[in-house]
Design a protein around this ligand. Structure first.
Ligand code: PNS
Length: 189
């Protein structure tokens, strides 16, 4: 059985990776599908996000990374997947997720939504939180997959030079010397 794990992934967090890893043990194939959403101004481009997810899931042989636009159920049917995988963190997620699952069910009878309870240690985590911390000069290495942290530091170092930080603030790491350069530095979500 194939599962689609749709989302914005701007950027992928350890919470997302946890869902992908556990999903990959449950399903024959998990397709991580990045939504191309023209209404949002993301921090990372689609290509950058896909590359970040690929680098974070390289150890999982049955995980594929793709992008899509339009309805998720249409994409799922096109990929012959009958499961939409979503993570549930806290009660506040439930209302929106249930609404999405019900909506998707009205659009396609064949596509089922399967929820995985996010591991406790990641229940507070979101892409927005990661971006806020990084923007304010905090460390995010413990919140995102190891290959992704340098991209985020590099992105915000462009907006917030290290020299501009107050002495008592948590120091921002020197951006590591990688070739990967995120394209946009605008306001997240
Ligand atoms: O990571 P996110 O932003 O919570 O993911 C939300 C996502 C991409 C799963 C949802 O917005 C979505 O499925 N969008 C595609 C449009 C669609 O199918 N809408 C109808 C179902 S609500």
């Amino acid at each position: 059985m194939f599962a689609i794990y749709p989302g914005s992934f701007d950027p992928i967090t350890l919470g997302h990776l946890d869902v992908i890893e556990r999903g990959s043990r449950l399903f024959e194939r998990v397709i991580v599908a990045v939504l191309r959403n023209p209404n949002k101004a993301p921090l990372f481009t689609i290509a950058e996000r896909m590359e970040q997810i690929r680098r974070s899931t390289g150890h999982l042989t049955n995980v594929e990374v793709d992008s899509f636009d339009g309805l998720t159920v249409t994409y799922a049917k096109m990929r012959q997947a009958n499961v939409l995988l979503r993570g549930l963190r806290v009660l506040s997620d439930f209302e929106m997720e249930l609404q999405m699952a019900h909506t998707n069910k009205t659009l396609s009878e064949e596509v089922e939504t399967v929820f995985l309870a996010t591991s406790n240690e990641h229940s507070f985590l979101s892409s927005s939180l990661v971006k806020e911390i990084a923007k304010l000069g905090g460390r995010i290495d413990h919140l995102v997959p190891q290959p992704v942290a340098p991209d985020i530091y590099k992105c915000y170092a462009k907006i917030l030079p290290i020299s501009s930080l107050k002495q008592d603030s948590t120091p921002l790491l020197e951006p590591p010397k990688t070739e990967f350069l995120p394209g946009k530095v605008d306001e997240p979500e």
